[in-house]
Design a protein around this ligand. Structure first.
Ligand code: CA
Length: 411
């Protein structure tokens, strides 16, 4: 595809991407936009030019505070909208070429949470991550619990505290049991961590009682974002038995603002790891269901340069998204448009591919060196954590931009 629009080399937002998001400017309230190169295309202005006249949908779906109405139109419509935008950006005679005001530089817009998130589920689908955590906190010889290779383990999280990139968070306070003591104390967490994850947004609802097969599961995924599942390891350690994560996780999770559609990720499909023992029939799948998405995490201390501390890849996931959806609906639990699912921490085999400080600094025993000479065991006040992700193959690049948040002191 060759476009008349100027897109810088190595831009995440190439003509092959066309991700959707919600933006505003000082003079315009929230709307649906598409990222292209360094710009945002205001699709409602493109609508006024009549470029979508071959498909029937109301303009109100584009002049909304969230993508939910647009996503609810269904892939039949949203995929066509994306394709038409691509075609217009490649058509030398497009009316868009004469409509400069439809393109706004990304530095001039504010990006918002792209979807009104209904329910949020966090999986735990990286075998390397689950093994590392099991080694640290349980038995190094039996790091994985007996259910792990049979069930895409997950928990229901909290959607109200999912925030968009650029919003900062405060160090959480909570109950902590200090080493060699028997009574907990209440204080600011001293073990704030990130978790490198990817989230996906449900684009099609199911009815209560209905189950989705692994074969059809991807029809229910609108697109993906980068996901930082902020975690407080000291609070987690004391609270998580017997019912799992609670206040150690629900104080904030940060996501990238641009939703990259599953269609844009098609060229980057790869096979997943061998699943041994065999999974139960409802979790079996055919075809390539993993995606080669390169991921990295940086820490930027206050007034300091970024240091890349992790390079991982979404393709390492043991359980794929189709299996997660099949499992999630296997009991008849319904899905709604705007629900968010996250992968769980994405770690690889090598020590520099671990997706959390807990693993990278091995529970504080191997501090990481930053460029400015400082060391980190966990995240310090005023550190900014930045996650980036992109796919690249045969000269085609499709990226997610970034998710960044700064950790401020406790309120
Ligand atoms: Ca997590």
């Amino acid at each position: 595809m060759k476009t008349w629009f100027h897109i810088p080399e190595n831009s995440d937002f190439s003509i092959y991407n066309i991700p959707f998001g919600i933006f505003s400017t000082p003079s315009q309230s929230k709307k649906v936009g598409v990222a292209i190169g360094d710009y945002v295309l205001d699709i409602s202005k493109a609508y006024d030019l009549g470029i979508f006249k071959s498909i029937d949908f109301p303009k109100s779906a584009l002049e909304a505070d969230y993508l939910n109405d647009f996503i609810s139109l269904g892939k039949e419509i949203t995929t066509k909208v994306r394709t038409i935008i691509q075609q217009e950006l490649c058509n030398e005679n497009s009316v868009l070429k004469t409509k400069k005001e439809a393109f706004i530089h990304q530095s001039e817009v504010e990006m918002h949470l792209p979807v009104l998130i209904g329910d949020y589920t966090d999986f735990y689908s990286s075998i390397e991550h689950a093994t590392n955590v099991g080694k640290m906190f349980r038995d190094p010889e039996n790091a994985l619990l007996p259910n792990w290779k049979h069930i895409p383990v997950g928990y229901h999280g909290r959607s109200s505290s999912i925030i968009v990139s650029g919003k900062n968070i405060h160090r959480p306070k909570g109950q902590v049991l200090k080493p060699n003591t028997s009574q907990p104390v209440f204080e600011p967490s001293s073990r704030v961590d990130f978790e490198l994850e990817m989230g996906y947004i449900i684009g099609k609802k199911t009815e209560l009682g209905e189950s989705v097969t692994t074969e059809n599961a991807e029809d229910y995924i609108f697109g993906k974002v980068l996901f930082n599942d902020w975690s407080a390891r000291d609070i987690q350690k004391w609270e998580y038995v017997p019912l799992g994560p609670f206040l150690a996780k629900n104080f904030a999770s940060s996501i990238s603002p641009w939703v990259v559609t599953l269609e844009a990720l098609e060229p980057f499909r790869v096979g997943g790891p061998t699943q041994e023992p065999n999974v139960l029939p409802y979790l079996a799948y055919d075809g390539l269901k993993n995606f080669d998405i390169k991921l990295e995490v940086s820490i930027a201390p206050k007034n300091g340069d970024e240091t890349v501390i992790c390079k991982s890849n979404f393709k390492y996931m043991y359980w794929n998204m189709a299996q997660q959806i099949a499992h999630h609906t296997s009991n008849g639990c319904n899905l709604r448009v705007g629900d968010m699912m996250a992968s769980g921490t994405i770690s690889g085999k090598s020590e520099d591919s671990y997706g959390s400080m807990l693993e990278l600094a091995w529970a504080g025993s191997k501090p990481l060196k930053l460029k400015n000479g400082e060391e980190r065991k966990f995240i310090e006040d005023y550190d900014t954590v930045i996650m980036r992700g992109y796919c690249e193959k045969g000269g085609i690049r499709v990226g997610f931009g970034e998710v960044r948040s700064q950790l401020l002191p406790s309120k």
